[in-house]
Design a protein around this ligand. Sequence first.
Ligand SMILES: [Zn+2]
Ligand SMILES: [Zn+2]
Length: 310
Amino acid sequence: MITNQPTEEDFERVTIECLTQAFNLLFKVYQNYQEYDEDIHEDVEMGDIWNHNVGTIRTSTILLHQAVESFMKSVICRTSPLLLIEKNRADWPTLPMKTNKDFDSLYTISGESLVATFCAVESELIIDNKLIEFIEKIRQNRNKSIHGASNIEIKPTELLDDILNAFTYFFGRDKWFLHITNFNLKNPLFGYYDWEFEDAITYEFLDFVESVIGRKKMNKHHETNIIGRRYHCPICKDTIDAEYGEMNSKWTFLHPNTPNSENVHCLNCDGNYKVTRENCTTESCKGNVISFEEEVRYKFCLSCFQEQKE
Ligand SMILES: [Zn+2]
Ligand SMILES: [Zn+2]
């Protein structure tokens, strides 16, 4: 018998872990750079930092490839993990007189055999040419990374886009953000500094993605249309501004995105908030999306975040 056969969930967990780590490696490089002020940013450009961190890009590329292979394995496991075994079936140690073999001690398929099997099994996924080309591209980039050429051509922009594409292909829109923030949330150290602040600071992941791949490419990974006019979130901004400086990023959008919409959705906290459509009372502001705080009974503008005069 072959013991300890893996399940679909085992490989899915590894997929998410690899994608999360591939993302976080790049994020840490960006976050570290953000800690320096504008004067230093003028002296040292982000491009130089990426060049310096070529090893990190390489590792992230390998993790992305690992994630893609694990995902294909998870889909195959839905039919049977036995399909992953490389060994000729006649040589399987499965007859009663043979000693049990642990699945992990066997060679498993990879490369072309893995793709062919992935395409052969039943799955809810739409497996089209575009997906197969994507998988092939990830494999080639991984080869470029490990074959020792010192100047790998993979740029962080392309790599991050690919990491998000993998998240969205495999798990659907908005899932990249859900999995990345979940990893933080499950950290045993989460909340020891300040629960609310640590919960709200996740907007830095959104800032990072926007700064590297741009809003247009980012839009395809979210259900909410993020191309429209952006607003402050009444909760996130309030939390960050309360004690820890100032949140300038705006990740809140009219939902639905229509001129008279009376609801906004925040990508960061996933909250929906009612708004009234009145002109902001601050002269320099052209905002007309006003939030109302029931408990303290004051209105404030989600464009400039100023309290509204009666
Ligand atoms: Zn929010
Ligand atoms: Zn305003």
